[in-house]
Every structure is written in C-alpha cells, then in structure tokens.
Design a protein around this ligand. Sequence first.
Ligand SMILES: *Cc1c(COP(=O)(O)O)cnc(C)c1O
Length: 237
Amino acid sequence: MSAANDVAQAVEGTLCRVKAAAEKGKRTTLPRLVAVSKTKPNESLQCAYDAGLRTFGENYVQEIIEKAPLLPADIEWHFIGHLQSNKIKKLLEGVPNLAMVETVHSVKVANKLNQTVADLGRPPLGVMVQVNTSGEESKNGIEPKDVNGLAKHIHEECKSLKLAGLMTIGMPDYTSRPENFLALLQCRNEVCKELGLEPDTLEVSMGMSGDFEQAIEMGSTNVRVGSAIFGARDYSK
Ligand SMILES: *Cc1c(COP(=O)(O)O)cnc(C)c1O
C-alpha cells in the first residue's frame, strides 16, 4: 500500500474515533482535529489535506515557515511548539494563514505577538495559554496559579490577540494524563470566572495520539494528533 493511502486511511480512522469519543462523552459539538505534522514531508500533509483535514500543527518556526507557503492557503496553521519572542516576527511574516498560537506561556511572548500582529496589520490572532499541569520542571507552559493573570492580561491588554482558550501537554506517562486534563478544566473554570465569561466560551486543547479519545470524553475542544495520522516520527533523519 502506498504512503498516500496510509495517511488517507489514518485520517478516516482518526475522524471516526473522534466522532465515537464525542458521542460517548455526550458532546454536542465535535472537537477540532489538529494534524500534527512536525518532521513529516509536505507530501504527507497534502495527503491529509486531500483526505479532508484543514488544520495542521507544527512545533518549529523554521519548519513551519518552509512548509506553509508550499501548501494550500486555506490551511489553518496552529503553532504548538515552544515559542521564543525573537522568532515571532519570522513566524508571523512566514505564515500569513497562521490561525492559532497554542503555546503562549508568558506576558513577554503575549506582548510581542500582540505588537507584531498590529505592526503587520493582521486581523486578531487566536492564542491559547499553555498550562504546565504536570508540575514538571520544563518549558511546558506556566503554572496553574499564574494562568488567570496571563489570561486576563491577554484578554484586556492585547487587542490584536483573541484569547481562544487553554492548552496542556501533560505528563508523557499515560496514567497521569486524566489528572492533567482535570487540572486544565479547572483552570478554564477559574479563568472564565475571573474574566466574567460563560464557562464553555474558552477552548481546552488537550489530547494527543495516545489519549485523544479520553480527552474528548472529558471535554477537549481541540486534539493534537500526530503519529496516529502520519506514523511514528523518525528524528534520526
Ligand atoms: C508532537 C506533539 C503532538 C502530537 O503527538 P502524537 O503523540 O504524535 O500525537 C501534540 N502536541 C504537541 C504539543 C506536540 O509537540
């Protein structure tokens, strides 16, 4: 079987699993499926596009700015990697159809994004606050206790950004993911209260290949699925 068929079938299979999980969780709207394409060649992304997907996620600024111009313009790109403020201009200039930055983890990054969007005269950019729900010492987002402050800053001070929701990666360890997901849902409740928003007006981005069904049952509105669609990543190349 060709690689194109593999990706097309995997897309179909993943969409079925998304729907089934949404039904099982009695969800009234389907979550967005973000095809996480880091390290994968554009031919594979094109196959997923041809199979119907329109939202793609990338982790590295250099990689996304090389890929995006060669792929259809109606793709909605999500940036899901660690974002340094000195790369923001390059990211925004290189990807006119960037729809969301899921990994805002500081006031500094929020301000720089806001300023750059304004400078480029772009429409407001969707952003999510990345929350470190696992307590790991890492670059994986801000502490739950600091989420309200950052969300409020974006909502009230960053007129060129639109606070779309919260995102988490969670522990690599499968068994603790439900706790990470619960922690993210809790953060969303608090942010909505703080900002005076209805509870489900903010999104939660949680769930990857190994656990997206569980995440959907728990309420995820945005799952980021890589290897289940494109196959395992080979970093040795
Ligand atoms: C790579 C990555 C994913 C996708 O992981 P899979 O396990 O391949 O589905 C999702 N989210 C983030 C932030 C990632 O870096």
